[in-house]
Design a protein around this ligand. Structure first.
Ligand code: CA
Length: 225
């Protein structure tokens, strides 16, 4: 099921959208302001975000900035204003598409379907990642080593998944903590040390000399296949 984070302060509109989206089989979380949106995104992991740019507590563009560092899902902005400047700014900041208010429900749904469809192929293409020592199936959420499934805890899996989806790239400690535990845990770097040690014991041929789950001292971690 596709989970939508709907950020809209106009209650009537939020309600109408929520009902329509649920009728079409989407799961919907609703936030009436930017702060709630950021908090919900960390906790509930939306597959797509529908974001009104005019919010009571902060500019929608600030919400995009807050999400984009760690959440790589489509963001569709709703803009009441006809001035294109705001939309351009939103797109520059990382929004994927926009719909101008007032809009028809079918138009928004079409944009939503298109955005989700565009986001999907990249995931499928990299669904199975092989290393010399183990194989990760991102779609099935399974790791195998020497032909046997390796049992990972949900947290271990979440860490591994974030690293594998960013293969070859440095993932900062804060980013990893935020993605796995949520924004309130950004400073708990000791969590990472503990879980990375566990993951290495389960996956690395020589855990004391990791070749796939690499530490960048003081910075973060990197997955190398
Ligand atoms: Ca508004």
């Amino acid at each position: 099921m596709t989970r939508v984070l709907l950020v809209e302060d106009e209650r009537q509109l939020a309600r109408a959208l929520r009902i329509n989206l649920r009728t079409r089989g989407y799961e919907v979380d609703t936030a009436p302001d930017g702060r709630t949106a950021l908090e919900l995104a960390g906790r509930r992991r939306p597959d797509v975000v529908v974001l009104d740019l005019g919010l009571p507590d902060m500019d929608g563009v600030e919400v995009i900035k807050g999400l984009r560092g760690w959440l790589n899902v489509p963001i569709i902005v709703l803009s009441a204003r006809h001035a294109s400047e705001e939309k351009v700014q939103a797109l520059d900041t990382g929004a994927d598409d926009y719909v101008t208010k007032p809009f028809g429900m079918e138009e928004l749904l079409a944009r939503l379907r298109a955005a989700v469809r565009r986001a999907a192929p990249a995931d499928e293409a990299a669904a199975v990642v092989e290393t010399g020592a183990f194989t990760i199936d991102l779609a099935a959420k399974k790791v195998t080593r020497d032909g046997r499934e390796v049992r990972l805890t949900p947290t271990e899996w979440n860490i591994l998944e974030v690293l594998v989806r960013n293969a070859g790239k440095l993932v900062g400690q804060r980013q990893l903590l935020r993605e796995v535990w949520g924004p309130a845990y950004e400073k708990e770097t000791n969590y990472l040390r503990v879980y990375m040690a566990q993951l290495r014991r389960k996956l690395e041929p020589d855990p004391s000399r990791p070749r796939h789950l690499i530490t960048e001292p003081g910075m973060g971690y990197r997955f190398e296949s």
